[in-house]
Design a binder for this molecule. Structure first.
Ligand code: PLP
Length: 427
């Protein structure tokens, strides 16, 4: 693989309508593994390389989009920017035909800066401050979610042309690591009052949304939530309100075989409950699905201590940076180790002697511990510890604690030179 930095080549991979992106770009053959590419980056850039760095593998994003279109051909994806707002990921998704779920003016601004039309954005935050609603009105983002009467009043005042999507609370799914129902979603018995409030305010309620919860939610949960949404469509029609058209099935999709299971449940439920609904527009708000497996994080060993058999290491990213997800049980840590110039060892390799190792992050907080008693081969200073599947809720949740803030900045983009990202690819 070779590294290129010229903006023209970057424009090339992003198609003729390519957005400006001055990050380093790596070309690779479609067979090269992400570890080949990381080794190549380390080799080429050593010793000045900024660490930590991550690699966005556009091959993964393209494949995820293909799979989405195959499995859920009737569901339009609105990528949830909060999951990972990396501008190159947003640009690639825009060129692949995705739309966007934004939760704040900053997220909206990022998407608009790529030249994406505001019609491709849903402002999917049920509780917005007045100035943020005014901002949405000023840039022409005209669809938003709500779940309280107070929100209706704010929208009437500051953005009366905005269409509303009623967020409902689906059945609790305690398998989801991040349930959202405690905070968001109207209960079924609150729905008539909310619909009437919107109607009296002269606002149009055009659809229903829900979110079954992120990371680990049962894919069966989509079925129950879609049925619940159908009852809201019926309530609106009993109240004599204009026909609803948007069914927003939210996020909660994970890459891998669980997505196939989710797709089956969703397609069947839409067929069972919405078959007679003409002009129905089904949208989803996948975040994790597109971002998680697309990013790999490379961190450097910056400190070492040996205490008997135990090895302790410090690396230059941690739980206050982009490794916050390792503290959650659901996150399966997959890491590999590299030494400059050669792959040192994959931790799963059985032939190498390993030691129970603790890996600390760089801050002065002692809870900033990334791995505990994890079997690793003997590492030395300046070796690399590389974490896979690091794209979802990683750098976007990183803090500035202790002044370490470089996590999201060093992103290399890997792509295969035979792939051109353009709207045509999505046809
Ligand atoms: N949509 C909304 C309204 C959300 O709050 C979230 C995540 O919090 C998402 C979509 C994305 O969820 P996921 O990453 O599970 O796809």
């Amino acid at each position: 693989p070779t590294l290129v930095t010229e903006e023209s080549q970057i424009t090339n991979i992003f198609g003729t309508s390519g957005f400006k992106c001055k990050k380093l770009v790596t070309t690779l053959s479609s067979e090269a593994t992400i570890f080949d590419i990381i080794q190549s980056i380390i080799k080429t850039k050593q010793p000045e390389i900024d660490s930590p760095f991550s690699v966005l593998d556009l091959r993964v994003v393209i494949n995820q989009m293909k799979k989405w279109t195959t499995n859920l051909p009737t569901v339009k994806p609105f990528y949830a920017v909060k999951c990972n707002p990396n501008i190159s990921l947003l640009g690639a998704l825009a060129l692949l035909g995705a739309n966007f779920d934004c939760a704040s003016p900053v997220e909206i601004e990022s998407v608009l800066s790529l030249g994406v039309s505001p019609e491709r954005i849903i402002y999917a935050n049920p509780c917005k401050s007045e100035s943020h609603i005014k901002y949405a009105a000023s840039v022409g983002v005209n669809v938003t979610t709500f779940d309280t009467v107070g929100e209706v009043e704010k929208i009437k005042m500051w953005h009366p042309n905005c269409e509303l999507v009623l967020r409902i609370k689906p059945e609790e799914d305690n398998r989801a690591q991040f349930g959202l129902g405690l905070k968001f979603g109207a209960l079924l018995n609150e729905v008539p009052e909310l619909l009437k409030a919107a109607d009296e305010a002269g606002l149009k309620v055009t659809g229903v949304s829900f979110h079954i919860g992120s990371a680990g939610a049962s894919t069966q949960a989509y079925r129950g939530a879609i049925l619940l949404a159908k009852t809201v469509f019926e309530t609106a029609s009993h109240l004599g309100m204009p026909k609803m058209k948007i069914l927003n099935i939210g996020g909660g999709f994970t890459p891998g075989s669980k997505f196939d299971e989710a797709s089956l449940n969703i397609n069947e439920a839409i067929k069972s409950y919405f078959e007679n609904e003409e002009d129905l527009v089904v949208i989803g708000e996948p975040g994790t699905y597109f971002a998680e497996t697309a990013f790999t994080l490379a961190t450097k060993v910056i400190g070492k201590r040996v205490r008997g058999e135990l090895r302790e290491y410090w690396i230059d990213d941690g739980i206050h940076g982009s490794l916050g997800n390792v503290v959650y049980d659901y996150f399966i840590i997959t890491c590999s180790t590299f030494r400059f110039g050669s792959k040192l060892e994959n931790v799963t390799c059985k032939d190498t002697k390993t030691y129970p190792s603790t890996v600390f992050g760089p801050t002065l907080d002692s809870t900033d511990t990334v791995l505990k008693e994890y079997e690793l081969p003997e590492l030395e200073m300046n070796d690399w510890l590389v974490f896979s599947n690091m794209g979802a809720y990683t750098s976007s949740l990183g803090t500035n604690f202790n002044g370490f803030s470089s996590y999201a900045k060093n992103v290399y983009i890997a792509y295969s030179s035979d792939q051109v990202l353009s709207q045509e690819n999505n046809s």
